[in-house]
Design a protein around this ligand. Structure first.
Ligand code: ZN
Length: 295
């Protein structure tokens, strides 16, 4: 199942929907209401709903047989599949080659940092920044795990039960702020610097999250090209590790790190500027394309 957040021009607010292979999208709250199940508008609230998968199945079944709540995808505005997560947790140096490219030692335990929830953006949003604030904006292709069931002190063996699905993310980074501030919070948390999308893909549609091609392209040129099989710490290990220290809540995003090829370490460096188009892709999850603009 592929879950996103969509809106028609007539809708006052976005709603969570299931995108189907035939190019249609099912409005879950509307179809659910008619089918007798209560489905909230926001994905973060959906994931916190008891038995949400069963309710979604009912809504989808109802929509498929009646046509209620069915839209053509290309007639809808697409928002980030998850908005307002309580936390955006990120992992640094989680691909062996990326650690080496920055001359960093291979970490023995995950190195965590975070982005503010206000950094989350969607597949149709522009990555924008004030060129007077930062002149070194970089891309990072990442596989993102979305937390479903709350996770507190979970074992690695049970950790994936707490993952609702996966999506494509771009951990956009202002390198001058990241490296100049002494810690990373400002450089990683500019508004809109965590675009995600196109949809949240549930685990039943992902063959193996630890064996997916992952890449980044800037203006069509492929600059990162790797596989999640190169992850140092897997998603189960990361969820368990995080949950020993803090509770992961439904809708929380876990950016799992980026492979080699980020712009700042290239020779010559590749830094984003106004008009650039960045595409991040993960096999089976889709592609996320955002253009860049100055504020
Ligand atoms: Zn990153």
């Amino acid at each position: 199942m592929r879950i996103g957040q969509f809106q028609t021009t007539a809708d006052e607010q976005p709603w969570c929907g299931v995108r189907r292979a035939d190019g249609t999208v099912i409005d879950l709250p509307t179809a659910g209401y008619r089918a007798g199940v209560d489905i909230p508008n926001r994905t973060t609230d959906l994931l916190a709903t008891w038995e949400w998968r069963r309710k979604v199945d009912l809504a989808v079944e109802y929509a498929a047989s009646t046509g209620v709540g069915v839209h053509e995808a290309d007639e809808l505005d697409r928002h980030a599949p998850v908005t307002d997560p309580e936390k955006v947790v990120c992992v640094g140096l989680n691909y062996r080659d990326h650690a080496e490219e920055g001359d960093n030692p291979i970490p023995e335990t995950p190195v965590l940092f975070s982005k503010f929830p206000t950094s989350v953006g969607g597949p149709e949003d522009t990555i924008s920044w004030d060129p007077d604030l930062t002149g070194k904006v970089d891309y990072e292709a990442e596989l993102v795990a979305v937390i479903g069931e709350e996770a507190r002190r979970v074992d690695q063996d049970d950790a994936l039960d707490h993952v609702a699905g996966f999506l494509v993310g771009n951990d956009v980074s202002a390198r001058d702020l990241q490296h100049g501030d002494g810690q990373w919070v400002r450089g990683k948390s500019l508004d809109g610097f965590a675009p995600i999308g196109p949809e949240l893909v549930t685990p039943d549609e992902v063959s193996d999250p630890h064996d997916l091609d992952i890449y980044a392209e800037v203006n069509g040129e492929r600059l990162q090209d790797s596989s999640t099989s190169n992850l140092i710490f897997g998603i189960d290990e990361l969820v368990s590790f995080c949950s020993q220290a803090f509770t992961l809540k439904p809708g929380d995003l876990l950016f799992t790190g980026t492979p080699p090829g980020v712009g700042v370490y290239r020779d010559p460096p590749v830094l984003l500027s106004e008009g650039d188009e960045v595409t991040i892709g993960v096999e089976e999850l889709g592609e996320l394309t955002n253009s860049c603009a100055y504020l």
